[in-house]
Ligand binder design. Sequence first.
Ligand SMILES: O=C(O)CCC(=O)C(=O)O
Length: 367
Amino acid sequence: MGIKIGGQIEKVNGRELSYSEFAERYLAKNQPVVLTGLMDDWGACKDWVSSNGQPNLHFFSTHFGKSKVQVADCGAREFTDQKRVEMSVLEFVNHWLQGSVEDLDGNGNGKSVLYLKDWHFVKEYPEYLAYKTPVFFTDDWLNFYLDNYRMHDDPDTNQENNDICCSDYRFVYMGAKGSWTPLHADVFRSYSWSANVCGKKKWLFLPPLQCHLLFDRNMKSSVYNIFDDISETKFSGFKKAIWMECIQEQNEIIFVPSGWYHQVHNLEDTISINHNWFNAYNLSWVWDLLLRDYKEAKEYIEDIKDICDNFEGLCQRNLAANTGMNFNDFFIFISRFSLANVVELYYIHNESKSKSSNRHWSDMVQH
Ligand SMILES: O=C(O)CCC(=O)C(=O)O
């Protein structure tokens, strides 16, 4: 039985939209939208795409071949996600090219489709200006914070502050036709935006009010692939879900609101740029998730409460391990951010008095 599609995602010309219109219609209402016309001057659209519209894989192997990246095997599930392996960009590109040769020969069946995900490209190549974050997505507290601090400092391991992995949420994704991302809601319940430098994606979205339909009766496990044969006994609500669909073309940017579950399929060989972020509009989503995950972490170890020296400490440690931050991290984040805003306001106030040209941090968005 297929899924029910109830509507399509709206497409809007980003050049005819002001920031306040975007904030009012999409950020504040937590609604998805596809924006066109915002990628014309991106270096990535020139360097990463061949004249036939296909990914310029040669450019990646010659310029970034040595980078170590996370690659998902789209045919192998591991817990709630796809199995991942680490390899160099060169190895990934070679695998991709071999796959296409086998497909041409009609022998491609035995090969797994690999999908390069979560490549911290900007962090690794800050000098190479691949793109400019569109103004709609620049009020980004998460990446601004992570450029300066870690979200969670584990006292047991002495991590370096310039570690490339887990250092920001600005990514490049690359995958051949047929690669895909299983059903999920985004990290921290952040917003995300995703820009197709080349290729085409199919997105399936479920609004937050229907998300309970994706879970089993204990609200513990959720559906992995909405196109699988889903057990009616286990996921009894699933068939009632009404999905929204979107075909995202080359040079289009999709805005994914907080808490919307989505599954994504590359309909063609695709390269995309993708950020996760939050700000005042969706911070409450982050806190709600933290509270829910905290209760779950606490329940999970309730039976050892009486024999535990520091039960609360253990709950917070598990919360950070599962969710990526705990209450203390959230508190420090908010405090630092509030202080930074007070300083910012002080400068804006002085600037408007003196008309001097101090630089605003949110201007620094060229990647
Ligand atoms: O493009 C993909 O495969 C997944 C992207 C995604 O899930 C997101 O941007 O939130």
